[in-house]
Design a protein around this ligand. Structure first.
Ligand SMILES: C[S@@+](CC[C@H](N)C(=O)[O-])C[C@H]1O[C@@H](n2cnc3c(N)ncnc32)[C@H](O)[C@@H]1O
Length: 220
């Protein structure tokens, strides 16, 4: 018998998942930072985009409604969030392909070298170190040469205030997985996965710490 893989649910515990969208709206001011992720992606009609750890689908739906001509694919290991995502996408008339699967295995589910862009928001901070690296490695394999990676997540917490506010996330998701993000590990892990031209395009302060928008490319 194969052991079932574990993951941290959207708000740390599965019983809180139904409250996820409301909590994120208030505690992260998502209406402000999600468009920054979309801007960094700079999507064009005809492009294929994969959202790793798509959760309840908020980022994927925003991207698909902003640029309807894209092929939008979302992948997440949690059937509970995917059910919410499907219902929201249907209500928004956003045709998105949803897949159940882990981000570090995304290339095995979806294929290799076909995506123009890969996005992942609020996922890496709640993953163990080997899964953070595994998701970035899988993103690299999904992308075509020259493809873009955009990560929107809690990154380096630069001030005492942001480090203190980020404790709320750490209490929900655990200190072991979240602290490396607060210490700036994404600045090391993204290039280590093979990506070039890493830029931290935005550092957006929220009530739960600062969210950084990272942009990098798979070398052509
Ligand atoms: C905080 S939620 C973020 C959801 C969504 N990306 C957003 O921006 O609202 C984190 C998501 O990561 C997913 N997740 C946890 N471990 C994962 C893994 N190893 N691979 C992919 N997704 C994972 C969870 O199921 C959850 O939906």
């Amino acid at each position: 018998m194969t052991a079932k893989r574990d993951f941290v649910p959207a708000l740390g515990k599965s019983e809180f998942t139904n409250a996820y969208d409301k909590v994120i709206a208030v505690m992260t001011r998502e209406k402000r930072w999600r468009p920054l992720v979309a801007k960094a992606l700079a999507l064009n009609p005809g492009e294929t985009v994969v959202d790793i750890g798509a959760g309840t689908g908020s980022q994927a739906i925003l991207l698909k409604t902003q640029t309807p001509g894209i092929r939008m694919i979302g992948i997440d290991p949690d059937p509970q969030v995917l059910a919410i995502a499907r219902a929201k996408a249907e209500a928004a008339s956003a045709a998105i392909e949803w897949h159940e699967g882990f981000g570090d295995e995304a290339h095995r589910h979806l294929g290799e070298g076909f995506a123009d862009a890969v996005v992942s928001s609020l996922v890496l901070h709640q993953c163990p170190m080997e899964v953070k690296s595994g998701i970035l490695a899988s993103a690299y394999r999904l992308l075509k040469p020259g493809g873009r990676l955009v990560i929107g997540d809690y990154g380096l917490q630069r001030t005492f205030l942001m480090r203190t506010l980020f404790r709320q996330v750490q209490m929900a998701d655990g200190f072991e997985y979240t602290q490396p993000n607060a210490d700036g590990i994404l600045n090391e892990l993204i290039p280590a996965a093979g990506f070039a031209g890493l830029e931290e395009r935005n550092v957006f302060p929220t009530h739960t710490g600062s969210i950084s928008v990272y942009h990098a490319v798979k070398p052509a």
